[in-house]
Design a binder for this molecule. Sequence first.
Ligand code: GRF
Length: 625
Amino acid sequence: MTKKVLVFASGNGSNFEAIVKYFYNKGLTCIDGKTISDAAPQVIFELLCDKKEAYVLKRAENLGIRCFYVKFDTLVDFLTQQKGEHDLFVLAGFMRILPEKILKTIAPVPVINIHPSLLPKFKGKDAIERAFREGVKKTGVTVHYAAKNVDSGKIIEQREVQTAGLSLDGLEARIHSIEHSMYPEIIEKLLFKRRVLVFGGGARENAIAAKIKKSPYLDKLFLAGANDGFKNLGENIEFIDYNDLLKKALTNGVDMLVVGPENPLCEGIADIFNKEGINVIGVNKYWAQLEGSKIFAKKFMQKHGIKTADYKVVTAESELLAALKDFKKRNNIVPPVIKADGLALGKGVSVPDAFDEAESIAKSFLEGKFGKASSRIILEERLSGVEVSIMSLWDGDTLVSFPPASDYKRLLDDNRGENTGGMGAYAPSKISIKQKKQVNKYLKVLQSALQSEKADFTGVLYSGLMLTENGVYVLEYNVRFGDPEIQALLELLDDTKGADLLDIFIKMGEKRLNEVDLKFKRTGAYCVTLASSGYPENPEKGAQISGINSALKQECKVYFAGVKNDCLCQAAENCTSALASCNLVTNSGRVLSLVKSGKNARDIVYRAAETIKYKGKIFRKDIGL
Ligand code: GRF
């Protein structure tokens, strides 16, 4: 696989040299005419310069890189001759703005530029000096696609530099050193894009797939188990079992698997794919027990001094009465929460109001209400306080977390009705500074615990927390993103600053989460779930859905869960088709998620919730109040 890159430079050329050397050190290009192995992917660099006296020409000569000296007014002719030769055009200190005519000649091959400021601030010349003189607290580096105006175009990545304590020379040195590591890496990711498989068929996976789809580093998106609402975001892979899926993933050159739901993780899908060298965003089977076994999770917490509710394990009905009695003695009047040890589709937790109710629920669990999953149960002290969900990413070394999110588990307003998979969420949670500090302290303890365990997975860890008067208590761990919390949280990721989900996942795979600075919009995001009447026990199905296009027009995101579509066009985020002609029908309890961040976000989401129509529509009206 040979790629060819044309670098445009007409100045000092330090970026040009850094790029060539980066690829040379990785064995991906040769300098001085030395050959590299036929097996390795190869990148051929060429230089285009419009200034005879530019130092970059000297550098190119020393590196043995082919140069083209082209006068600016003949550039269009030159590029027309070269049409089809290059995979990427890289501006690295080219002192000219490329007019539309040139950009059109080059298209559709991308042209990228690097600029030493946090664009859109300090466009144009002497950006570092101007930022310094203005006394800004932070500046940085931006890599972006080149558009016809100076230093404009879609941002690919930005990195910040704090100016405190730096002289102008110091700031320049800092910025250039960032440029020299950042630019080559981005070029590599643009040349060798990823083939990503997203596993799962709910609104959560729709949101993840839609985000990944936008990444500049995506080659092709594959989906396994997608519902009809978002299946045309990518190519769908049908499969019989995980081994079959692996085989098909390998045939399609998939290099990353992102797993949405917990079941496949608990069944070991990550282990199966990892063995074949595919990067997996999702825990291995061993660590999936943090969600798959409440007892495993409790032991982990106790071992590492993580506060959690007092509990008692019950493995047989014969132990139940004594356990309840003992519980009563220790925790006085409040009956315990009953939890199935294993996975029970989010329904294995019951919060009884009286001891006799607790006893009968516990009995039904032990008698097999959730099959093997409830053959062991725990009786857990009921805590009170503020509940928040924290999604963290873990790469084997570093834990990086999203802001706290709040979800709504009960079916009805004012937290009445049955427990559900989740009826809505908002983020960030409205918690005090003190509580934020406590959460951060907890996250540090969690990171140390995982480090001391040498927890060898790359994936998501969700902490269900109760913020009590006595500090942070862990209610539960999940090993995947929460649905619907993640729909709201992903909306807060600031892609205008280049916070790219796929790039974050790539860095996780390289154990470089410590370099990731998750950038979030400073605003709130809301997610409201539309469900079907009868949910969760016995949801109605088959009702025709209308109004999706109007919701999308209000710039409200629509992520699909329980839908079926007989028509081939799709209604996910990027759909351009007229949905009126679609035969989209409800197919399960949670039908779709409506998501929005920023100004009036809550109102917009609720307007969309009214706009979308189907028989039996239900949703909570109090999300984010
Ligand atoms: C860099 O600061 C880059 O951001 C800007 O021009 C400068 C080029 O420096 N576009 P060099 O020629 O690579 O040393």
